[in-house]
Write a protein that binds this ligand. Structure first.
Ligand code: CUA
Length: 329
């Protein structure tokens, strides 16, 4: 009976293992974490099959005949069984904890040499992500990583608790106001992914996403160069609307052809901006709930851009929007 239960568990676990339930593995951490996941899942499948199998078998084997109205005979203790059902779960639970702890420690280990990894500061706010690249002196609404280079993410939040998660990377970490948390990711596959907020943080929670791009060495260098060029164009003390648009993360929610963004969380700027007065555009940025475009929810767009951006930056942003979207009526 126990053998049948064990076999059933191994078959269930084995079948489950070969069905592709999980997202792509796009980081070294993903391999580490999936290892733990399957170790625990298969133990659970075996234990469940065993318990269910024994229960069903016992229910059938020891059922009372229709005319039997007696009480069952009293049973007191069974030392052998008690030792087994204490020892086996103890070994399994300890094995799962040890494996998990080792996997997490390995996943979060950085190379000793600081030149071999980068650090990116991640700021979460209702309901947008922003990424600061201290080495590049750059802030962007998009997370851009170099393939096979470990990255240390230092996370914090401006308002409430959020959580950073890219399913393909597996690592998940809270972003908490007032403190810094950290996590490590070593992306192994070039491509585009999504950062998903996994902590219920308000009405915009389900749409709190940001793009992630994992680039080859050459593409990454090109991206860095493009940023340096962009920073140079603006000149000293002069705000450049296009960079403000990118740095404030506008493109993670809004479509704007000129900026190459195609997000659909907020209104499509190519269609709403034409026909609006400059003042109306400014109001939509600093007081987003003043007027909500049809089909969109209030309280989704962060309401603190007046604090986050300087007056010059706001003016530049409005001028940029008028310039690139205003022309096409
Ligand atoms: Cu931020 Cu959910």
């Amino acid at each position: 009976m126990i053998v049948i239960g064990l076999l059933a568990g191994i078959v269930t676990g084995g079948v489950a293992y070969f069905i592709p339930w999980l997202p792509d593995q796009a980081s070294t951490q993903a391999e580490e974490i999936d290892g733990v996941y399957w170790f625990v899942a298969i133990i659970c499948a075996v234990v469940f099959s065993l318990v269910a199998g024994v229960s069903i078998y016992a229910g059938w084997k020891f059922r009372a005949p229709a005319d039997d109205m007696d009480d069952g005979s009293p049973i007191h203790g069974h030392t052998g069984l008690e030792i087994w059902w204490t020892a086996v779960p103890t070994v399994l639970v300890v094995a799962m904890s040890v494996w998990s702890a080792v996997a997490l420690a390995r996943a979060e280990t950085l190379p000793d040499d600081p030149d071999e990894y980068t650090t990116i500061e991640v700021t979460a706010a209702q309901f947008a992500w922003s990424f600061t690249y201290p080495e590049l002196e750059r802030t962007d609404g998009e997370l851009v990583l170099r393939v096979n280079e470990p990255v240390e993410l230092i996370l914090t939040a401006n308002d409430v608790i959020h959580a950073f998660w890219v399913p393909e990377f597996r690592m998940k970490q809270d972003a908490v106001p007032g403190i810094e948390t950290r996590t490590v990711i070593t992306p192994t596959k070039e491509g585009s992914y999504d950062v998903i907020c996994t902590e219920l943080c308000g009405p915009g929670h389900p749409v709190m996403r940001a793009g992630v791009r994992v680039l080859s060495d050459a593409d990454y260098e090109a991206w860095v160069a493009e940023g340096e060029q962009g920073a140079g164009e603006g000149g000293e003390g002069e705000a450049d609307g296009e960079s403000v648009f990118a740095e404030a993360g506008c493109g993670s929610c809004h479509t704007l052809a000129d900026a190459g963004s195609e997000a659909e969380i907020g209104p499509d700027l190519d269609s709403v901006v034409p026909g609006q007065e400059e003042q109306q555009i400014l109001t939509s940025i600093v007081d987003p709930n003043a007027e909500i475009s049809e089909g969109y929810q209030p309280n989704v767009m962060p309401g603190d851009y007046e604090d986050r951006l300087s007056e010059a930056e706001l003016d530049a942003l409005v001028a940029y929007l008028v310039e690139v979207a205003g022309a096409r009526r």
